[in-house]
Design a protein around this ligand. Structure first.
Ligand SMILES: CC(C)(COP(=O)(O)OP(=O)(O)OC[C@H]1O[C@@H](n2cnc3c(N)ncnc32)[C@H](O)[C@@H]1OP(=O)(O)O)[C@@H](O)C(=O)NCCC(=O)NCCS
Length: 339
């Protein structure tokens, strides 16, 4: 029997047609142990796919786990056995594209539990699989009636989002992080230990930080920021979900994207982009030598991934210039060790 890619038991919500809206997995597993896989097969009859286990099946699963050295995992899911809400067990045989809501949520959990890094799990087609949901979760088609019902009950609902990806912290708060405005980080973000996300900061799904990092700008889908990098206030990093871009952007270690800067190429380590400067792949860059004399021009895409570069817009001529970065950013250690 080949090794499972992932296994989890979760509790979630369905709409009135019995369709899954979302799932919360308290303890998703990546590449579960072969012994654990046997227990799943015997107690749930599950080798791959998903089932809605009965109370008896879940009790048998927890008992077998406890008696075979998986007590911690058993404790994390034992309360689900008595749940009055819908429970699902998902076993992903391989890392293939998600085809159901429980599978898609499991993959997003793997990222936010730091079990896989951005691009480390196949999310192909996830937009088509996920439903737009709102508080709770409520199917968007059923929201008007639920709002009315809540009013009539004297307990009005407040809708804090209408989205396919809920906020991460409603599902998991990874260790050692701070997020000033939790709505700015979506489930499926990978937020590394020691990361601070300030109010203007944003991290999309399948994107994130190695940690420690300071995020005061937008980390778009697919973007990963290396350790020690600082994304300044209002800075923007181009994603690939919309707008036609296909180049996957990453930021190396100890980089600084200045306030309101923009990035459309991958950066190597110890690079700085001046506050307010937006570099796109086609930007023509004047290269400056050690004496700050122009030595020629290059397209920014040809500088992709190179380290120790400082990009600035010459405040006299307007030309975008690139020179050797002599002072890589140092994060304020007090801010990041006290998370
Ligand atoms: C680009 C940047 C890193 C340069 O900072 P620096 O390396 O400290 O450079 P300095 O301001 O000391 O300038 C060094 C020299 O370059 C010159 N210089 C700097 N920026 C220039 C520009 N845009 N055009 C022309 N010359 C420039 C300076 O005049 C100075 O010249 P000098 O040596 O003849 O006196 C800085 O301006 C910046 O944008 N930092 C981002 C900070 C930020 O936004 N943090 C996030 C907060 S949320």
């Amino acid at each position: 029997m080949s090794q499972l890619y992932s296994f989890a038991v979760g509790v979630g919500s369905k709409n009135s047609r019995g369709e899954w809206l979302e799932v919360f997995y308290p303890a998703p597993l990546l590449n579960p142990d072969a012994a654990l896989q046997d227990i799943i097969r015997v107690s749930l009859g599950l080798t791959a796919g998903e089932i809605e286990p009965s109370t008896e099946q879940l009790a048998a699963l927890c008992s077998a786990l406890s008696h075979n050295g998986f007590g911690q995992f058993a404790r994390s899911i034992e309360q689900l056995a008595t749940s009055s809400r819908p429970v699902v067990a998902v076993a992903l045989a391989t890392n293939s594209a998600p085809t159901t809501v429980p599978q898609a949520y499991l993959k997003l959990h793997l990222l936010s539990h730091r079990l896989v890094k951005p691009h480390g799990t196949d999310l192909t087609g996830i937009f088509g699989v996920l439903k737009n949901v709102s508080v709770g979760a409520i199917d968007i088609d059923e929201l008007p009636n639920r709002l009315l019902q809540a009013r009539l009950a004297g307990q009005p609902l407040s809708v804090n989002c209408v989205d396919k990806f809920p906020k991460m912290v409603d599902y998991v708060v990874p260790s050692g992080i701070r997020i000033a405005d939790t709505s700015r980080v979506r489930l499926g973000a990978y937020v590394g230990e020691g990361t601070t996300v300030m109010h203007e900061g944003f991290i999309n799904f399948n994107a994130g930080t190695e940690g420690p990092n300071m995020i005061e700008g937008r980390v778009s889908a697919g973007v990963f920021c290396g350790a020690g990098s600082d994304i300044g206030g209002g800075a923007s990093i181009m994603g690939t979900l919309s707008g036609g871009g296909s180049l996957v952007i990453s930021v190396g270690e100890k980089c600084l994207l200045g306030a309101n800067a923009g990035l459309g190429i991958p950066l190597g380590d110890r690079c700085t982009v001046e506050a307010g400067l937006y570099i796109t792949a086609g930007t023509v860059v004047t290269m400056l030598d050690a004496n700050k004399k122009a030595s020629g021009t290059m397209k920014a895409r040809d500088l992709a991934g190179k380290s120790d570069l400082l990009f600035r817009r010459n405040s006299v001529s307007g030309a975008v210039e690139c020179l050797t970065n002599k002072s890589a950013v140092e994060l304020n250690s007090e801010l990041h060790t006290a998370n």
